[in-house]
Design a protein. Sequence first.
Length: 246
Amino acid sequence: MQHPPALAFDRVGMTYPDGTEALSDVNLTVAPGEFVTVVGPSGCGKSTLLRLASGLLDQSTGSVEVDRDRLGYVFQDATLLPWRTVRKNVELLAELHEIPADERARLVEEAIALVDLVGFEDHHPNRLSGGMRMRVSLARSLTLHPTVWLFDEPFGALDEITRERLNGEVLDLFTSQGFAGLFITHSVQEAVFMSTRVLVMSARPGRIIEEFEVPFEYPRAKALRFSPEFGALAGEISRRLEDSHA
Ligand SMILES: Nc1ncnc2c1ncn2[C@@H]1O[C@H](COP(=O)(O)OP(=O)(O)O)[C@@H](O)[C@H]1O
Ligand SMILES: [Mg+2]
């Protein structure tokens, strides 16, 4: 028997109350252990897709099935509470899930170590760099040991060096924690570097118009980005993405 998918969209349409049709007939599955990235033009419905996956929003048509017991969600903004320390921000989701205090403390400590923020536990967010703030956001989801993890352009606002470093860190977590990932980005390079599969969306109303398997083994070395195979695949995806704007 095949594993059930961690996340499945079946003929999903989404029209907002004001009549804006954001998504039309989206079919998509993410199996356990897959890292799937969606690229598409601005405004095509990518964030809508993640809101449906998270259960923050209900689809208009079709079905969305996601294992949401342990759901990670990271947004472009780190969404930290400025009055809480790093430790207290990381603890937030575990609190909401009513995990007992001693277990929570252990999970928080483990997550902070995994994102390399040991020594910064008592700092407030305004003293952290953009990259460190995103690490806090990652750690907050990590405390849940996510089975499904949603990423909405998490590193889009960071400089390239920080972004590439965090790409590597998320992949380390992916290979060590084994979640199913659904990642959104504008960057084709980032999509290819991270993923087992890349999906290209059309302009609004968004549909999946093409799917690319990414053949590279994990762990992926930084130098992969400079290989001819990487360049060829990224080029092919970029061309498809340009067509999708037409
Ligand atoms: N709450 C809303 N009400 C009406 N329209 C919305 C709402 N949220 C997003 N939209 C519209 O739906 C479309 C898709 O938005 P979004 O999913 O944010 O796109 P993306 O993340 O790909 O840029 C856009 O045209 C956007 O303006
Ligand atoms: Mg968006």
